[in-house]
Design a binder for this molecule. Sequence first.
Ligand code: COA
Length: 171
Amino acid sequence: MDTFSIVKPTRVSWEAFKDFRLQALWDEPQAFSSSYNVEKNAPGKFWQDRLKNSKEGKRSWMVFAKYGEKLVGMVGAYQTPDDSKNKEANMVAMFVAKDARRKGVAKLLTTSLFEELQNAQLQKVKTCVNIDQLAALHLYKALGFAKVSEHSLLFGDGKTHTVYLMEKLLT
Ligand SMILES: CC(C)(COP(=O)(O)OP(=O)(O)OC[C@H]1O[C@@H](n2cnc3c(N)ncnc32)[C@H](O)[C@@H]1OP(=O)(O)O)[C@@H](O)C(=O)NCCC(=O)NCCS
């Protein structure tokens, strides 16, 4: 029987990454600040570079979940130059396929991501969440993230939503 496994970007083809990211943007347009229409025509190099950068683990990370050979989850993180100075990273692109939810996949993904960020000597992880995404909000609270501020942001569904900027110490 197949089980969930957490895999590094080296075990994911850029085509599979592209398909899964587009699935995320299609299924949950209100969860991401980018959109299906913006990313659907991006060239192969765009997806190859995103994976390549995260393989190097310098200022960019990605962790994937598979069920058998099928991608069912992903999460990423990146640093701006200021984040780098402050030993912080931004967690982004969190998505678990609908038929794999409530099985602990997001917890596995974040555990692996935080290990990588700690190995890179980072001290804090930040994220931004649409407060209507209740599953994500519950998840982040359960992981120890705390709200630091509230803003408005345009999402992939073309609407402006209230977001919480949240932070968690990694130490
Ligand atoms: C948020 C999301 C990643 C959670 O993935 P998941 O694999 O189902 O989460 P897990 O099974 O690991 O759940 C971990 C914890 O998150 C919380 N949680 C997850 N789904 C929840 C839900 N539907 N309702 C309430 N709490 C939920 C719970 O605290 C859960 O712990 P528990 O099962 O012990 O109660 C998934 O629902 C998703 O992809 N949502 C759409 C995309 C999205 O909103 N991304 C975030 C962008 S900021």
